[in-house]
Design a protein around this ligand. Structure first.
Ligand code: FAD
Length: 456
């Protein structure tokens, strides 16, 4: 009899694990069944804001592989609309509820992949059933929001609650749909994933494209008319809204794992070893937004829920399940985002993270341009570097600017990953031609300034 792999969660991490395991093991050796409570497999949640804005016209463009493809090309069974409600490690079984037809199924497993993702935070005021309040975690959420945009009377005033990257991307999407948008943020600035001096640039650019930003303000409730939202309530009075989008962050979806006795780490996510194996139990693996991983700079366990990690971690789990050997070496917190034409990149530690991790450091910001100053389309670019004192090792970097800014962070991420010092970086052989950079690339200028700040 073939061994059986059960996967809980049919998106990035779960299906990457399933696909990699299948590449290495035939169906008569390993049967693979994935349980997915939603209606889709392997979709790009990252693309939802661009589908909402209309830049990506069709929902199905966001689906990389549907269940038919998994079944016919990979011999992987998918049980859509099946929610796993319990994991029984003693009996080696999962229990699942059939959400479409009712009833319960039990399936035995030899190997389990736990890839349930993360839950969006939804405060009590957002759970009252008032119409016009949306999360954007899944394609179903996105579809409901798109339908609302086309419902009569058409919404005109949106409030986005939370200024993390999803809130910022959604504010942009709704501006592009022609709505008046207010972004409400509890902190003193949106985009807290970069330091306040760099976030200020994002804040100003969002103002520039017409987003009203209300900071140091918390939404406490909703006002409704005929069951539809008409305002959000705050300590500073109501803000009119006929559409509310939640971007309050996520927490790891580990309830089933916790109930089964699997180990939860200090970040609140599931603990795994370097091979994505859950420690202390045989043949149970986990990957994606539900797990924590090592931050290679701070040395701390962190929960950084990003698609880029979920895909890599799922791949690593699948290779190992398939009999190969692979490890996930940790993260350095690299991320990019755009707000209309403004691009933001970050990697490594912010100043507050570096201080919390006990580093002594210097930080510098340089103002430069994305192209040679005389070249058409030359625009400002700010680069911030944080370097350990006295070693000069790069600890973190942030870039804000117009075109060619965001992906420049990748050069800095590679330098940081490899433990380079800012002294080494001043001599990096980066490409130069006037359409792409000034003769001294902004990254090199920033490295030189950091060396000066270190007193060399
Ligand atoms: C709007 C938006 C934009 C984003 N943009 C980016 C970006 O630009 N770059 C980036 O790197 N990341 C981005 N992300 C994050 C990225 O989408 C996630 O990190 C990634 O999807 C995580 O993959 P995952 O497989 O771990 O979890 P998920 O994609 O959440 O998949 C988990 C799956 O498990 C299913 N599930 C959960 N519990 C059960 C259960 N009990 N039974 C059965 N099924 C279950 C869920 O229905 C879900 O389909 C974005 C996310 C959103 C929402």
């Amino acid at each position: 009899m073939a061994e059986r792999l059960i996967v809980i969660g049919g998106d990035a991490a779960g299906m990457a694990a399933a696909s990699q395991a299948r590449r290495r093991r035939d169906p008569d050796d390993l049967e693979i069944i994935a349980f997915e409570r939603g209606q889709f497999t392997s979709y790009s949640a990252c693309g939802i804001p661009y589908w909402i804005s209309g830049l990506v016209p069709q929902r199905d463009q966001l689906i990389a592989r549907d269940p038919t493809t998994f079944r016919e090309r990979f011999d992987i069974g998918v049980r859509l609309r099946h929610e796993v409600t319990a994991v029984d490690l003693d009996r080696r079984e999962v229990v699942a509820r059939d959400l479409a037809n009712g009833g319960e199924v039990r399936e035995r497993f030899d190997t389990l992949v736990y890839a349930t993702g993360a839950h969006p935070l939804r405060p009590a005021w957002a759970r009252t059933g008032v119409e016009g309040v949306f999360g954007v975690q899944t394609l179903d959420d996105g579809a409901a929001l798109r339908d609302w945009l086309d419902t009569d009377p058409r919404p005109r005033q949106a409030v986005v609650v939370g200024g993390g990257y999803i809130g910022v991307e959604m504010a942009e999407a709704l501006i592009q749909r022609g709505l008046a948008v207010t972004l409400v943020e509890k902190a003193s600035q949106p985009m807290s994933t970069v330091d306040p001096d760099m976030a200020k640039l994002v804040n100003d650019a969002m103002h520039g494209v017409g987003v009203q930003i209300r900071t140091d303000l918390e939404v406490t409730g909703l006002q409704e008319r005929d069951g539809r939202v008409c305002a959000v309530l705050t300590s500073d009075g109501p803000i009119p809204a006929d559409l509310v989008v939640l971007g309050l962050g996520v927490r790891p979806n580990v309830a089933l794992a916790e109930a089964a006795g699997l180990p939860i780490g200090p970040s609140g996510a599931l603990r795994v070893d370097r091979r994505m194996r859950v420690p202390g139990v045989d043949d149970v693996w986990a990957a994606g937004d539900c797990v924590e991983c090592l931050h290679r700079v701070s040395g701390m366990p962190v929960h950084i829920p990003l698609g880029t990690h979920a895909n890599k971690q799922g791949r690593v789990a699948g290779i190992n399940i398939g009999g190969g050997y692979a490890t996930f070496p940790g993260v350095i917190g690299t991320a990019v985002i755009k707000v209309c034409d403004l691009e933001v990149g970050r990697t490594g530690l912010r100043e507050q993270d570096a201080a919390a991790a006990g580093f002594e450091f210097v930080s510098v910001i340089t103002e430069s341009t994305n192209r040679a100053g005389y070249f058409p389309g030359s625009r400002p670019m700010s680069v911030k570097l944080i370097a350990e004192r006295p070693t000069g090792r790069l600890l973190g970097a942030q870039i804000v600017g117009w075109s060619e800014a965001a992906k420049r962070i990748d050069a800095l991420a590679v330098a940081l990953w490899n433990g380079m010092t800012v002294d080494d970086m001043t001599a990096l052989d980066l490409g130069y031609a006037p359409p792409y950079s000034p003769v001294w690339d902004p990254v090199l200028i920033a490295a030189r300034k950091a060396v000066e700040a270190l007193g060399r």
